[in-house]
Design a protein around this ligand. Structure first.
Ligand code: ZN
Length: 405
């Protein structure tokens, strides 16, 4: 199956190419990207007249939670156990329709979900799963509430992520890899949506984090850390964590560490905004969590702007699941508003995100030899302000050369 896009504006993962280009997808890969004129299409090729349109690599969301559709805890607790799996099916189709052709699940999505997508049983982004989130006892992902109710129910596909001490941490990382994890997600600080801690609190000792990083590296993988407070961010980076999620209280030293360690920042600027929005629209979110979200939202934006100015590598991630799937692309304008250029935002959402979540997998670029994952926009994207309603400009989505949306 061959598709040829005629005279399209191309963002190749790094930058916009000068002038209109012809792009050819053949057999699931990109075979040609060249200035318009003289490209010969096979007689059976599908020709897309793309004058006035923009083609980008498929978008990559480096931080989603597939089964969740909003942070309304009580609603989740009252749902039947299997409902989360059906929600995942809907959520994955919703993300894909936005042009998200690859996603890293930061806790929740299991191997069955990943396999169902890979086998074509259901539609969704190519998934990199973390299975469950590692946390110390009483930490951000220890969901045992004072009532005695545990809101993070483990099941055969999703072992509990709670562990303490280097040896238990090592074993837990091994269990998660056994359950199919592509990478390990840990919490090195408290957070907004946990009852017994604050974003500033450090969690896991450096020795515990090191043990997990060692296990991940032995497995040919890496660790991402939910890290909001300054000390917990530094602990994670010093122990070898590859991506800092949220990064709310970044001071100059933490920003320098991100640079020195060549680590990534996945800002999820939209996440605290969703906690506030859901509460405002009448969903039951404990007041304590709403207060924390309000308290950190401005600090978060400021930290992101400073990291951008310092040249930290940013990969797009949304924490969708805190807010509903389908709103992921709001993050793009927030990143632009926070100081990234239009090309910077698109690079964070394609090439840089791919380098983080799928190194060596030929994703995230519109370059011959790369997989034909792409988004066709119905406009010439020339101004960052257009990112505000980018989701209404998705004309078509391609995954492995096939139109899927
Ligand atoms: Zn998250």
């Amino acid at each position: 199956m061959t598709t040829i896009f005629r005279a399209v504006r191309v963002f190749d993962g790094e930058r916009f190419l000068d002038g209109p280009h012809d792009v050819i997808f053949d057999g699931g890969a990109i075979t040609q990207v060249s200035p318009t004129g003289g490209t010969v299409a096979a007689p059976d090729a599908t020709v897309v007249d793309a004058i006035g349109k923009t083609l980008t690599p498929g978008f990559i969301d480096c931080h989603i939670h597939a089964p969740f559709s909003g942070a309304a805890l009580l609603e989740q607790v009252m749902q039947p156990f299997s409902y989360q799996f059906f929600e995942s099916v809907r959520n994955m189709a919703t993300d894909l329709a936005l042009g998200i052709t690859t996603a890293r699940d930061a806790g929740g999505g299991d191997a069955g979900l990943k396999q169902a997508i890979a086998a074509g049983l259901i539609a969704g982004p190519r998934l990199k799963i973390s299975v469950n989130i590692m946390s110390q006892t009483g930490g951000h992902n220890d969901s045992l509430c004072l009532s005695g109710v545990d809101t993070n129910v483990s099941h055969p596909g999703k072992p509990s992520g709670v562990a303490d001490g280097p040896e238990e941490c090592r074993k837990k990382a091994r269990e998660l890899f056994r359950a199919g994890a592509d990478q390990i997600k840990i919490c090195t600080t408290g957070g907004v949506l946990s009852p017994a801690d604050s974003p500033e609190h450090s969690q896991f000792t450096v020795a515990e984090i090191r043990a997990i990083v060692e296990e991940a590296e032995a497995h040919g993988s890496y660790v991402l850390a939910h890290a909001q407070g300054t000390a917990g961010i530094k602990n994670a980076l010093n122990a070898g964590v590859r991506s800092i999620e949220h990064g709310i209280f970044l001071d100059d030293e933490a920003i320098q560490l991100l640079l020195d360690k060549d680590a990534y920042l996945v800002p999820t600027l939209i996440a605290p905004l969703w906690v506030i929005r859901l509460a405002d629209s009448g969903h039951h979110i404990p007041q304590l969590m709403v207060d924390k979200a309000k308290r950190v939202a401005d600090t978060h934006r400021d930290a992101f702007a400073r990291a951008v100015r310092a040249g930290v590598k940013v990969a797009m991630g949304t924490d969708t699941g805190v807010g509903p799937h389908g709103t992921n692309l709001e993050e793009l304008y927030l990143m632009y508003d926070g100081g990234l250029t239009l090309e910077g935002v698109l690079k964070a959402t394609t090439a840089t995100a791919a380098e983080l979540v799928a190194p060596g997998e030929k994703l995230g670029r519109l370059t011959p030899g790369y997989l034909a994952d792409a988004v066709l926009l119905d406009c010439e994207l020339t101004d960052g302000a257009q990112l505000k309603d980018i989701s209404s400009h998705i004309a078509a989505v391609y995954q492995g050369g096939k139109q899927v949306g």
